[in-house]
Design a protein around this ligand. Structure first.
Ligand code: SF4
Ligand code: SF4
Length: 346
């Protein structure tokens, strides 16, 4: 399908038509709280231009709390239920392209290996992804420094570029074409193509750091003093991994409710002391230093070794949200022996 334009004044009608065939998941504003990816309903006005996306779409695919098994023993009978998400076609709209790439990383963990996670798989299998390149880049992005962002387009079904009063829509798959069938769209002009290309170049060049294009996994050393420096600052709040679009750590707990037991999965992080605490009391990561090291080595080295992808998309959330200003960009510059100051010139 050729590239098309859709006016922002037509988005409401487009979403309405889409909702008759798909469950549409998009960022919804919640007062002062950051917009969150939720299933939208009639009358909702999701923010599709990427300007409010602090919460990642991971929250929809891997909910912060999810019941995996329910055991009901009331009435003298034992009933066991595994409440899988409904099997229905879904589309995630308005995810930043780096966050859509984050879903590719989640796929490697939950779908590509020997054990497929049925809860994640159910939400993912009939899912189309429509990503966005916002009109204004986020100051903390450094996507082009961690990967070749041109390759990320293959992971999305359509990509919308915000051109002010309209979106330029690039369709990348049959799924994407099916989504847009019948949408109130118009043909693109040379001026539109030039504006889209300009925005793409801006995205590619945002936050380019001196280590861009380097094999980061070759530069992260187990005994680098930088891990101790991060650990000295880190207060183990977990924010960097809870908000990261690619972090996947979870815990499984049981909770009783009368004659019923629920086994649920909830977010966890390698930054917490008890994440690796074993039943007999030994903890292989008993101080913050190995925990700080683990997060970065896992993202840039172990995931690359396991799956051939880097577990960081340069979305910048951890840079923006760390309460003690641990800056992953500085750490990567240090480990590659490059001065961070050069980044300011880009
Ligand atoms: S920049 Fe930080 S939050 Fe974003 S993907 Fe990389 S590690 Fe995760
Ligand atoms: S956000 Fe900062 S303080 Fe919190 S766990 Fe991550 S590095 Fe540590």
């Amino acid at each position: 399908m050729a590239d098309k334009l859709i006016g922002k004044d037509k988005i409401g009608d487009f979403l309405k038509a889409l909702m008759s065939k798909y469950t549409v998941v998009a960022p919804i504003e919640r007062g002062d709280a950051p917009a969150e990816f939720q299933e939208i309903a009639d009358g909702d006005t999701p923010v599709l231009d990427g300007s409010k996306n602090m919460m990642p779409p991971k929250d929809y695919l891997l909910p912060r709390h999810e019941v995996l098994v329910k055991i009901d023993m009331s009435g003298g009978e034992t009933k066991v239920e595994t409440p899988l998400p409904e099997d229905k076609p879904r589309v995630i709209m308005g995810a930043w392209l780096p966050d859509a790439q984050g879903i590719q990383v989640l796929d490697r963990v939950f779908l590509d290996r020997k054990f497929i996670d049925p809860y994640y798989a159910r939400r993912r299998e009939n899912l189309a992804l429509v990503a966005v390149i916002p009109a204004e880049m986020r100051w903390s992005w450094f996507c082009g420094s961690v990967d070749d962002v041109d390759t990320w387009k293959a992971g999305v079904d359509a990509l919308m570029y915000d051109l002010g009063d309209k979106f330029y829509v690039e369709v990348n798959s049959d799924k994407g074409a099916a989504l847009l069938e019948g949408a109130p769209m118009s043909v693109v002009s040379d001026v539109d193509v030039a504006a889209k290309d300009k925005l793409w170049t801006e995205f590619k060049n945002t936050g380019l750091l001196p280590f861009a294009g380097k094999a980061l996994y070759e530069n992260l050393a187990w005994d680098d003093p930088v891990w101790g420096e991060i650990a000295d600052k880190c207060i183990a709040c977990g924010m960097c991994s809870y908000m990261c679009p690619t972090c996947t750590c979870f815990d499984i707990q049981d909770e009783t409710c009368g004659n019923c037991v629920e086994r649920y999965r909830c977010r966890d992080t390698c930054q917490f002391e008890d994440f690796t605490l074993m039943g007999h009391g030994h903890n292989p990561r008993s101080t913050q230093l190995p925990r700080s090291r683990q997060r970065l080595l896992h993202k840039f080295r172990y995931q690359h070794e396991q799956f051939g992808v880097v577990g960081c998309t340069g979305c910048g959330r951890c840079v923006e949200l760390c309460p003690v200003n641990v800056d992953i960009r500085e750490v990567l510059c240090r480990t590659c022996a490059e001065p961070m100051e050069q980044a300011a010139e880009n």
